[in-house]
Design a protein around this ligand. Structure first.
Ligand SMILES: [Fe+2]
Length: 346
């Protein structure tokens, strides 16, 4: 039929061609679904990439902005003292890796004096910048008026270098021979703590009074870079001391074996950062030294499988900071620990 004026296009179901379009039977639909649809794969791939990138950015943002500044205070009671003894509070700090701009970290360290520890132990890696000594000492503030002990870590001597942050997953950070002379003011840091009365335990023994206790201290410099000289402190500990405290930066089992043989009661170390990047269902992945991942943070015994109550307790701090070139923590909050020594359970 002729139409007046402009004719609309014929409806598809009225054309001869459209009448030949096959009806969508199940077999035809299945055949159509098997046909390649490149536009679909490209779209899916793009969406997956966008989702992965967004998830990665979100995790990195959380790890570097939130968790890295989400400081935790761990508390442990350790039954080490004779019956009737007054408890002794040890504040264990480690691995601040301080750069001058880390105001949240500085203010959190400053707040730790409110715990009123009887003694402070710093197991090293306090610095990450040549101008961090004064901010670190000022953050310690009134803690310096309390009895204290310290050892160095490699990062007190050598400034951090940029490197692939994932590198530590497959190799440790042992000092490269090309580093040469230390370039950080480790001696100035040590002088500040010694001037306040803290005991320098780098390859040294000493005696310190804290609370009601006479504490024998033995410590080594960082074994991770081969600066430990256990032979300088080797020998049986004094049974007359109320407590025998071994201090080191890196919890290297071979070094801890020597402390154990000499009769130390409690070993304190840092260095591992608890693994720094952990998985919720797996925990610590790497320790950056010889200790097993299970003992990379927290309170354990040494040796690990020892059921002997005469073997020393071991506390490994997950540390307060990170290298400025790996500024994130995941499932491993920065921490300090308050270790309360209490009478042994009879
Ligand atoms: Fe460290």
């Amino acid at each position: 039929m002729a139409c007046p004026g402009v004719c609309p296009p014929p409806a598809p179901h009225l054309t001869g061609r459209s009448r030949r379009i096959a009806r969508p039977t199940p077999s035809r639909l299945a055949k159509a679904n098997q046909a390649p649809r490149p536009w679909h794969h490209v779209w899916m791939r793009r969406q997956a990439l966008i989702a992965t990138a967004a998830a990665g950015a979100g995790i990195f943002g959380y790890a570097s902005v939130i968790e890295r500044n989400w400081f935790a205070l761990r508390r442990y009671d350790i039954p080490l003292l004779p019956a009737g003894a007054r408890p002794l509070r040890i504040l264990h700090i480690s691995d601040a890796h301080l750069t001058p701009g880390r105001h949240r970290l500085l203010s959190w360290i400053r707040s730790l004096d409110a715990l009123q520890p009887d003694i402070v132990v710093n197991t090293g890696d306090s610095l990450a910048h040549p101008e961090s000594v004064q901010p670190f000492l000022e953050a310690l503030g009134p803690l310096l008026d309390r009895p204290g002990v310290f050892v160095y870590g490699s990062n007190d001597l050598y400034s951090p270098k940029p490197r692939n942050p994932a590198r530590y997953l497959w190799r440790n950070s042992t000092l490269h021979p090309s580093r040469g002379e230390p370039d950080l003011p480790w001696a100035e840091l040590g002088a500040g703590m010694v001037a306040a009365g803290w005991l320098d335990a780098n390859n040294k023994r000493g005696r310190i009074k804290a609370g009601d206790l006479d504490i024998q201290v033995g410590g080594v410099h960082d074994s991770h870079i081969g600066y430990d000289r256990y032979d300088k402190i080797a020998g049986p500990t004094d049974p007359a001391a109320d407590l025998r405290l071994g201090v080191m930066h890196s919890p290297e089992p071979s070094v801890m074996d020597k402390f154990t043989e000499d009769g130390y009661d409690l070993l304190l170390a840092g260095h591992t950062h608890g693994g720094q990047v952990c998985l919720p269902w797996r925990g610590t992945l790497v320790t950056n030294c010889g200790i097993d991942p299970v003992r990379a943070r927290g309170l354990h015994r040494h040796p690990a499988d020892s059921g002997d109550p005469g073997r020393p307790w071991l506390h490994v701090s997950a540390g307060l900071g990170t290298s400025p070139w790996a500024p994130f923590r995941l499932y491993c909050r920065p921490e300090a620990a308050l270790l309360t020594l209490v009478p042994r359970i009879s």
